[in-house]
Ligand binder design. Structure first.
Ligand SMILES: C[S@@+](CC[C@H](N)C(=O)[O-])C[C@H]1O[C@@H](n2cnc3c(N)ncnc32)[C@H](O)[C@@H]1O
Length: 243
């Protein structure tokens, strides 16, 4: 797809949501985002990590905002794993369409939606202006680099990386760089798809196995606090912290 066609597409998506007067997640108020039951779950196989790339934008938008996602993603439960965020700055790395970003905004002091793809940054910015003013002030977007989330030293008190870990190249180095952007004791939450030919998520060969994530975190100097393979049907959860 050409840049112009992509821009038109983005505009179309945003106009669609604007015309329906709702956010891509189906609610005007992110504070009202709920875990919704759904019949079937999909997450397109087209949204595969490619070397340093961001996958197919259109598929990522459709998948990220799939109304069925709530049933298997359990966003409220996931966010609760970060603890009390009242006075915390949270970075969402690989924010995409803001599935988690916008759900974090009502709960945290500040949220940084980070992505390497300018189209997602534009998308997030266009949704930001529709938030209540109090939430707009708490939220900023940040266009990052493939090898650096561009956090200032100690800036983030919590970091989430959801369905994005496999997109990162040179992950141990990336994690080391990320660590510098985290405050002492800050929590890192990584959630990604389990292997096993699931009905959602990318094909198995694009996924990063849980034990590989563990090894890489430890190599990068993180402490692993918790691993949960059961709470979510299709994804594992890793909670680590920066000593
Ligand atoms: C499958 S989407 C996940 C989006 C969101 N976290 C979610 O769960 O809906 C992966 C996102 O990671 C972004 N991404 C890929 N490589 C990245 C990198 N090195 N740094 C930051 N974001 C990256 C892509 O542009 C894309 O928006």
């Amino acid at each position: 797809m050409t840049r112009t066609a992509t821009t038109l597409y983005c505009f179309g998506v945003l106009t669609f949501f604007a015309c329906r007067n709702e956010s891509p997640s189906g609610s005007n108020d992110p504070a009202l985002f709920q875990e919704k039951p759904a019949s079937t779950a999909t997450f397109s196989a087209q949204t595969t990590p490619s070397s340093g790339g961001s996958g197919n934008f259109e598929s990522l938008v459709a998948d990220g905002e799939n109304k069925d996602r709530g049933i298997w993603q359990k966003p409220n439960m996931v966010i609760s794993l970060l603890g009390d965020l009242d006075n915390k700055t949270v970075a969402d790395i690989g924010a995409g369409t803001g599935y988690f970003t916008f759900r974090l905004v009502p709960k945290a002091k500040r949220v940084i939606g980070i992505d390497i793809d300018p189209r997602f940054i534009s998308f997030l910015d266009s949704m930001k202006v529709r938030l209540p003013e109090i939430y707009q002030k708490r939220f900023e977007t940040r266009l990052s680099l493939p090898n650096d989330p561009l956090l200032r030293p100690g800036e983030a008190d919590a970091v989430v990386i959801v369905n994005t870990y496999g997109y990162l190249d040179n992950r141990i180095q990336y994690l080391r760089t990320l660590r510098k952007g985290m405050s002492s004791g800050a929590r890192l939450l990584i959630i990604d798809f389990k292997k096993n030919n699931l009905p959602v998520g990318p094909p198995d060969h694009f996924k990063v196995a849980l034990d590989e994530v563990e090894r890489e975190l430890v190599s990068a100097g993180f402490r692993i606090d918790k691993i949960d393979k059961d709470a979510l049907d299709y994804q594992y959860i890793v909670i680590a912290s920066a000593p």
